[in-house]
Every structure is written in structure tokens, then in C-alpha cells.
Design a protein around this ligand. Structure first.
Ligand SMILES: *Cc1c(COP(=O)(O)O)cnc(C)c1O
Length: 369
């Protein structure tokens, strides 16, 4: 069986450094808000090309705390609207609700990404921010989105949870918006051995406010300025992430190479391959095929020893939990729906071999109805 993502093998490939890093923290006697977190924040910020990084407890918290900090610092009124693409992981919109704001869902394009054109269609006088998601590791068109947002005085928060290292025009995602949220969930391109996340920004005031909110709203010990939460990137995870960050560029290149081999090898008329623009460098967190007969193809591939997954089987409009909070729950988004019905994710990881890709391509090319 070719697994969708062999996490155990991926992490084993970082040994013995990974276990050594964990051991270093165990023996240090210091487990939260310490030197490992501080070092990782500096290394990640430098790697991205951004001034500030604040480690937090998860990707969801990174999005939520960034929005709460923005709403406070920029004096957004209650019920300010935030534009979110209708095809993404639920966390993108959930964070908007948790921050006391109103998600407005926008249609996506042929790459399942938000565009300025689709965002403009749902902009209202109440809109304060937009969250482009670099879904599947493909970068959204940030130059155009940022220009459009600037014209309307909107804040841009990038959801870069799936796109550590993706680039647009030589500039990494996470450096384009006012701030960006990253997740270090174990399966992400940069994955911890548990939960983790980060907010990155060039705005020192925003970084400071996120750090305060993430630490019970305290700027100094036992003086709580605002009602915060407990959301920290712990020392074990930070130490693990430092080891894995050192190899992330090479790992992303291995994913791109696998994606190139898929693009060359897949010739079935039943599937649509994901697009890769020249200047928009994806890091292929996911290799998303589209197929009108997804379930049949998934069964065929499973029989050939290939594990696949679906990202995601529902649009956000179709999520019961979000319905009461979304400003435009009933608006039809045919592209987003098309992705929900047709998407099938092939195995992809830095360890996927050319032989495995070739086996998977052959299996796809043999698929018949
Ligand atoms: C994983 C993910 C998140 C949430 O990250 P967690 O660390 O699981 O909270 C948010 N947005 C997107 C697009 C994601 O893929």
C-alpha cells in the first residue's frame, strides 16, 4: 500500500536530531515560553522574510488571535465582515466567528483559490478584512488581492496553514498581507509532534497584541490588560520545528518534483490535474486531482494499493455549524461545489519515490468506467 502520508517514516527521517531535540527540552526543566520558542520564532521569521513571528497553540488560534488583535487595534465595529473563500478547511471561517466577526463566503477559481474579482462580488460597507487561503500549497494571487484590498482599505490576513514556503514572484506567502497565520499540525509541510501555530507580521504593534492575547492578556506578569487565552507554542514543539525547518526547502522541492512527475505521467481523460503557474510556486501540501467519478477512481486506486483522501467533501456553505453565523449562507458558488464533489488527493510527501509516482500514474491511466 502506498500511504497518503507516511508520517512515521517522515519523522523517522529526521532522526536522531528529532529525539535529541525533545530530550534537550526534557532535560532543560523549562517547557513553555522559553529559549526554544524564541529561537524558532526568530528562525521562522528570517526564513520567511518577515520581521515578527509569534508562536501560538494552533493554526486556528493563529487566525483567531490575529483577527482579535486587528479588531481591537483598528477599532472594527461589532459585526464587521471578513471575506473567506467557500472552499477551505473549516478553521478559516471558524476563527472569524470566534473573534466575534462575521464571515462572508466567496466563490473560488479553477485552482480553488480566492481572487480579487470574486472577493469584490461579496464586499459590502461592513467589510473590514479578507482571508486569502493558499489552499493545497498553491499561492493565491497576492499582488492583485493586496492591490484590491488596498483600494478599499481592507486588511489582508493570509491563511498560510498549507503553504509554508510557497512563493509569488520570488516573495514567500506570509509576507504579503498585514499578517499571516501558519499551522504546524503534524501533517502540514512543516509539522510538529502535536499542535502548534504562528502569527507572522511586519507590524510590531500587532505582533505584541497577539503575544499578549495568547498569554492570558498579560503584558507583564499578573497584570491582565485584556481577556486573553492560553495558546502557546510549547518548548518541545518549538525544538522539533527547528530541526524540521532546517530541511523544509529541500522537502518542498521534493514535493514539487513529485508533482512534476505526476503532471508528466497522468494522461487519463477522466481527471483534471492541478495547475502550476510559472511565477506562482506551489509547495504541494496536497496534489489535488479533479474527477467526475471520484468515488469510482478512489476505489480503483485502493484496489491498486494507493491510498487517497478528499480535501474537502463539503464547502463552508454546506457546514451546519457555520450556517447561523455566515452573512450569505445561501449564495451559490458553483466552483467551490465542483471542488467539493470532484476533488481527490493523491499521496504526496518528501519521501514519495519516482517509482511510487509512476505506479500511481499507471493505475490512474488504467482507470475506466
Ligand atoms: C490546518 C489548517 C488550519 C488550522 O490549523 P490547526 O493547527 O489544525 O488549528 C487552518 N486553515 C487551513 C487552511 C488549514 O489547512
Amino acid at each position: 500500500m502506498i500511504p497518503f502520508l507516511p508520517l512515521q517514516s517522515v519523522n523517522a527521517s529526521f532522526e536522531p536530531q528529532l529525539s535529541q531535540a525533545v530530550q534537550r527540552v526534557v532535560q532543560s526543566g523549562w517547557y513553555l515560553l522559553g529559549e526554544e520558542c524564541k529561537a524558532f520564532e526568530g528562525e521562522f521569521a528570517r526564513w520567511l522574510g518577515v520581521s515578527h513571528c509569534v508562536g501560538v497553540g494552533s493554526g486556528l488560534d493563529a487566525l483567531t488571535l490575529a483577527l482579535r488583535a486587528m479588531a481591537g487595534l483598528y477599532h472594527w465595529p461589532a459585526h464587521a465582515e471578513v471575506i473567506v473563500p467557500d472552499m477551505t478547511f473549516v478553521a478559516t471561517a471558524e476563527a472569524v466567528v470566534l473573534a466575534g466577526l462575521v464571515p462572508v463566503l466567496a466563490e473560488v477559481d479553477d485552482n480553488a483559490l480566492l481572487t480579487a474579482e470574486n472577493a469584490e462580488k461579496v464586499r459590502t460597507a461592513r467589510t473590514k478584512a479578507v482571508i486569502p487561503v493558499h489552499l493545497y500549497g498553491h499561492p493565491a494571487d497576492m499582488p492583485t488581492l493586496c492591490e484590491w484590498a488596498g483600494q478599499h482599505g481592507l486588511v489582508v490576513l493570509e491563511d498560510a496553514a498549507q503553504a509554508h514556503g510557497a512563493e509569488v514572484g520570488g516573495k514567500r506567502v506570509g509576507c504579503w498581507g498585514h499578517a499571516a497565520a501558519f499551522s504546524f499540525y503534524p501533517g502540514k509541510n512543516l509539522g510538529a509532534l502535536g499542535n502548534g501555530g504562528a502569527v507572522v507580521t511586519d507590524d510590531a504593534g500587532l505582533a505584541r497584541q497577539v503575544r499578549t492575547l495568547a498569554n492570558y492578556g498579560a503584558r507583564e506578569k499578573y497584570r491582565h490588560e485584556v481577556l486573553g487565552v492560553n495558546s502557546r507554542l510549547d518548548e518541545v514543539q518549538a525544538a522539533v520545528l527547528r530541526v524540521k525547518l532546517a530541511r523544509l526547502d529541500a522537502d518542498n522541492e521534493a514535493r514539487r518534483q513529485a508533482a512534476r512527475l505526476y503532471a508528466e505521467g497522468i494522461r487519463s481523460p477522466h481527471v483534471v490535474k492541478p495547475y502550476q503557474g510559472d511565477t506562482q510556486r506551489s509547495v504541494f501540501h496536497i496534489y489535488p486531482l479533479r474527477c467526475l467519478h471520484r468515488e469510482a477512481l478512489a476505489r480503483h486506486l485502493a484496489a491498486q494499493g494507493v491510498e487517497t483522501l478528499v480535501h474537502y467533501p463539503r464547502t463552508l456553505s454546506q457546514q451546519p455549524a457555520l450556517q447561523p453565523y455566515v452573512a450569505n449562507p445561501a449564495e451559490p458558488h458553483p466552483h467551490a461545489l465542483c471542488w467539493a464533489v470532484q476533488e481527490l488527493s493523491l499521496p504526496i510527501s518528501p519521501l514519495l519515490t519516482a517509482n511510487e509516482v509512476s505506479h500511481i500514474c499507471e493505475a490512474i491511466n488504467q482507470f475506466n468506467l
